[in-house]
Design a protein around this ligand. Structure first.
Ligand SMILES: CC(C)(COP(=O)(O)OP(=O)(O)OC[C@H]1O[C@@H](n2cnc3c(N)ncnc32)[C@H](O)[C@@H]1OP(=O)(O)O)[C@@H](O)C(=O)NCCC(=O)NCCS
Length: 312
């Protein structure tokens, strides 16, 4: 979809000024419907709305509504006012839609754009998830890990049932504090875990204490290369993606997660990761504290309202 060059140039300049870790701002999506608005002084802003529909067996249901309308805003340097008038226009656009209960309105936006946050909150959007990165000096500040009595090893194919149960327990916890819980989470999670366990050197770790599983972590390699989808979110390079981490409820708060992540971070770093990243939910009272102390900080925040009709 074409947008005015001056608006896109202002958008790029604004993104570059917000956060030095943001990659160059991506052009508007090719497919979507356009929403236009103007500030009181007549500056034009625009957005592209894309709809994504997920069936009951689609993996994105683990973190997403089934019927998503995502807005890609282009507000140049208009700040709070520009985002506010655009969200207002989107609300009017939504009046012609009839989304069901399992639906959402989503805007993924640089976490550090404080001016936009005012507008998101005023329109009923909440910070549902954030992409957080751990790079540069944060990587070197390897914290001392307390003695926790756990041993940490890579998972093997015969650990499948345990690994699946741990991954489902992360999903169940997040179901209380952020995105909705799915009854078929085990079926949705199983194929990717099976594939990961089949690899020569699976990026799955188990922490054990007294022969019992205490914690689990799953990671993957992601390349952000010029032109790739990843390059719209992350600086170019080889990244370690931390996908699912959980400690069994009775052992949380004893340093097990820290011990596990020190092994995961060291091994990803030894494998050539320039940095690591993950998605967490700012409303998760455990992980939001844990990941920040592990050296992660938000780069992108997904502002969402569920159901979509609740956009204000
Ligand atoms: C997030 C989770 C995996 C952390 O595991 P954990 O074993 O409880 O972690 P730890 O005990 O090592 O760390 C938690 C504590 O250490 C602190 N901590 C973490 N890293 C630290 C560091 N580098 N230096 C000092 N403190 C640190 C945390 O602030 C927290 O403090 P407190 O509990 O003493 O107040 C666990 O809480 C959990 O399973 N949560 C539910 C599932 C979940 O949210 N998963 C993450 C999804 S993104």
């Amino acid at each position: 979809m074409e947008i005015e060059k001056t608006l896109f140039d202002a958008h790029r300049t604004r993104f570059a000024a917000i956060d030095r870790l943001l990659p160059e701002a991506a052009p508007p999506p090719v497919v979507g419907e356009r929403v236009d608005a103007a500030t009181a002084s007549g500056v034009q802003v625009t957005g592209v709305v894309q709809r994504q529909l997920h069936g009951p067996d689609d993996v994105p249901l683990l973190w997403s509504a089934a019927d998503v309308r995502q807005l890609f805003p282009f507000i140049g340097s208009t700040g709070t006012e520009g985002m506010d008038v655009l969200l207002r226009a989107w609300r009017t656009w939504m009046d012609a839609e009839s989304p069901g209960e399992d639906s959402s309105c989503v805007v993924n936006w640089p976490s550090r754009d404080a001016e936009a946050i005012r507008a998101f909150l005023d329109h009923g959007l909440v910070p549902m998830s954030a992409l957080a990165v751990r790079t540069g000096h944060h990587r070197d500040a390897a914290p001392e890990v307390p003695g926790t009595g756990v041993t940490i090893r890579r998972a093997r194919p015969d650990d499948f049932e345990d690994v699946l149960a741990m991954a489902v327990s992360t999903h169940d916890y997040i179901g209380q504090v952020a995105t909705r819980r799915r009854a078929n989470a085990a079926q949705l999670l199983a194929p990717a875990l099976e594939r990961a366990l089949d690899k020569d050197s699976p990026l799955l770790w188990l922490a054990e204490r007294d022969g019992e599983i205490a914690a689990f972590a799953h990671a993957a390699w992601i390349a952000s290369t010029p032109g790739s989808a990843e390059a719209e979110l992350l600086p170019h390079g080889r990244w370690g993606y931390v996908n699912n981490v959980v400690t069994v409820p009775g052992l949380r708060g004893n340093g097990v997660g820290r011990s596990l992540m020190s092994v995961v971070h060291n091994e990803l770093s030894a494998g050539g990761a320039e940095g690591t990243y993950l998605y967490y939910n700012p409303t998760n009272p455990l992980s939001s504290v844990f990941w920040h102390r592990q050296g992660y900080r938000p780069l992108w925040t997904s502002w969402e309202v569920h159901p979509a009709s609740a956009l204000r």
